[in-house]
Design a protein around this ligand. Sequence first.
Ligand code: SF4
Length: 500
Amino acid sequence: MSVSTTTDIEAVKERNRALIQEALEVYPQKTAKRRAKHLNVHEEGKSDCGVKSNIKSIPGVMTIRGCAYAGSKGVVWGPIKDMIHISHGPVGCGQYSWAARRNYYIGTTGIDTFVTMQFTSDFQEKDIVFGGDKKLAKIMDEIEMLFPLNKGITVQSECPIGLIGDDIEAVSKAKSKEYGGKTIVPVRCEGFRGVSQSLGHHIANDAVRDWVFDKSEGKELQFEPGPYDVAIIGDYNIGGDAWSSRILLEEMGLRVIAQWSGDGSIAELEATPKAKLNVLHCYRSMNYISRHMEEKYGVPWCEYNFFGPTKIEESLRKIASYFDESIQQGAERVIEKYKALTDAAIAKYRPRLEGKTVMLYVGGLRPRHVIGAYEDLGMNVVGTGYEFGHNDDYQRTAQHYVKDGTLIYDDVTGYEFEKFVEKIQPDLVGSGIKEKYVFQKMGVPFRQMHSWDYSGPYHGYDGFAIFARDMDMAINSPVWKMAPTPWKKDDGDYLAIAAE
Ligand code: SF4
């Protein structure tokens, strides 16, 4: 699909508007009215995408969202590697979220790091009837005995904890005192709170504020603060993303004193208020604590985007602008150093990907942040949407990322997404595990954009080369000729294709 002329763009807009109407037609009137507010065609020059967001999903349509517990345990707290995170409640929620996000870390699992292990209080009927506080206290004792090198515990509340009124704060305080002041964090992230995992992120941020920052004030520092100290906030180190990011910051002369929460530790959380600048990757999940640190400790924060060379360059210069000339020169040095690598990746993959179209549907920042990386490869993102975005995410998307005529879908339903893909016929869909096999069975190339499909990193210059290779591999794999999409079926000789 070409979007190069005004006539083309108007035709695309017209088609997308008709497509939205067609998708809405199958719903009952009330549902159609509600869903219509979440779907739109982006108009250039508008300050947001024109969709409503962060609103309760409609029962009966298939949403792809998670719950507040998933936002706290699965995203914010779970990757803090030297703490043990108890999934407090029945076993199911924890089992489902076990090690699902590929948050890489350095350490010896089960000895001093615990990210890929799953701890649950495994609530039974009697715990619901009589309360689970005693069980929680017992579990903490067992943890102290079995894993003496743990540096702290969090209690990640599942739905029943809030319903039966357990006092996890009292248990946490008592056990912290008993263990000589160990950090124990009760998190009220019961899944029923809010409309998606987004409120879980906020609650988790507030727990860092109340149970880590406030309690560690006055504690002796483990390091000497310096003029170039920064903290990486909101990088979950999926497939090593934070590592390929911090290397660039360090090479430009900054000192990374903390990274949250991928490969992060409790000592790093405690050190962060001493940073000179917080650099924020996932705005959605960590803006709350960044704002708090600015207000309470005077630490400024800036958003950055390390997907693709264009956005990396912009971001390195933006981060450097908070520091003196030595760091600004450092940023230029880093940009120059990696130019050959990115030029080579673009020379190799752009001819194979030029003009290919992509539809995205992901979480916190990726529905907008990866657009530049696709464009660096000559590709066009023709549709995008957030699972749990808020209005400020759609504003950033409209003002800095999407092109005129892009189809926007908030909290898209399973039906709508399939319909849009079937009609728009993109060359690639980037979304999550729940969508992957639906689209692959439709014969559409797919990449998981939450977990990088067991690949990565995708952040930083090193990550871009891997991103380019993976997108090429997904789109240009010969397998698609053997399993053509229904609209491309040509009754070809598949044995001949296989032999090519
Ligand atoms: S909504 Fe409640 S029961 Fe469901 S996964 Fe989340 S915490 Fe568990």
